[in-house]
Design a protein around this ligand. Structure first.
Ligand code: C5P
Length: 245
């Protein structure tokens, strides 16, 4: 799909990586309407079931459900129907689940969204977890270098009709190249220059946008800040400045 023109403030997705609904709800209240996209991952989804997801959707913000689905096509199709019903705008899958799984998921998402009269969620692929090194892939029987696995899986995602890829800013250019610029990129590992947390490689918001990242996922630098709203606004301002250049 062609990327719709994104406003600078829509490019920031705040990761609600907290352990309970109350903390997440407080963050959503503090950050909306300045922040218009939130991500819920496995921890909060398991802790709060649908409660926080529904709150995000009801707030008018968009929801990225980062649940990294990976199962047989029938199971993933049924799961994605549930996520469409929650109102997710973005969901993701391990591309290693295979072409049939990805295609079945896309068809199921489109069908359920059409029935509900809502836009289908953007479907994102996860290529290779950044925690895996060449030795880990080799232990699974994958002899290719990680960057070649990333390339193959990106191509598979594109052929299966996914919309985008979760990737490091360093991989954004490859994703654009494989898809003629039509897969969009969602990149974590964003930090200001003075704070890397546990990211061995990180990128500032400006460098990520210049390098081809469409959406930036930011967690700790916002939810651990003394003033989360100020931290989010500062990142949005940096995105704006680089887009004006
Ligand atoms: O706190 P921080 O900004 O590092 O949060 C990054 C977010 O991006 C987390 O929610 C994490 O699950 C997610 N992530 C990811 N893929 C990676 C690394 C982090 O989706 N390779």
């Amino acid at each position: 799909m062609l990327m719709p023109e994104l406003k600078p403030e829509e490019r920031l997705i705040v990761a609600l990586d907290v352990a309970n609904h109350e903390t997440a709800a407080q963050l959503v209240e503090q950050l909306t309407p300045a922040v218009s996209y939130f991500k819920i991952g496995l921890e909060l989804f398991y802790a709060a079931n649908r409660q926080t997801a529904q709150l995000v959707v009801a707030s008018g913000a968009k929801l990225f459900l980062d649940l990294k689905l990976h199962d047989i096509p029938n199971t993933v199709s049924r799961a994605i129907v549930q996520l469409v019903e929650i109102g997710a705008s973005m969901v993701n899958f391990h591309i290693s689940g295979g072409r049939a799984m990805l295609e079945a998921a896309r068809e199921a998402a489109e069908r359920r969204a059409a029935q509900l009269g809502v836009p289908p969620p953007l479907l994102l692929g996860v290529t290779v977890l950044t925690s895996l090194a060449a030795e880990d892939l080799a232990a699974e029987g994958i002899a290719l270098a990680p960057h070649l696995v990333v390339e193959k899986r990106t191509r598979l995602a594109w052929e299966a009709g996914l919309d985008g890829i979760v990737c490091s800013p360093q991989e954004a250019a490859l994703v654009k190249e494989v898809s003629g610029g039509r897969l969009f990129t969602v990149t974590p590992g964003i930090r200001q220059a003075d704070n890397a947390d546990d990211h061995s490689r990180y990128t500032t918001p400006a460098v990520a946008i210049k390098g081809g990242s469409d959406y930036l996922v930011v967690g700790r630098p916002i939810y651990e800040a003394a003033d989360p709203l100020a931290a989010a606004l500062a990142i949005q301002q940096q995105i704006k400045e680089v887009m004006l250049v």
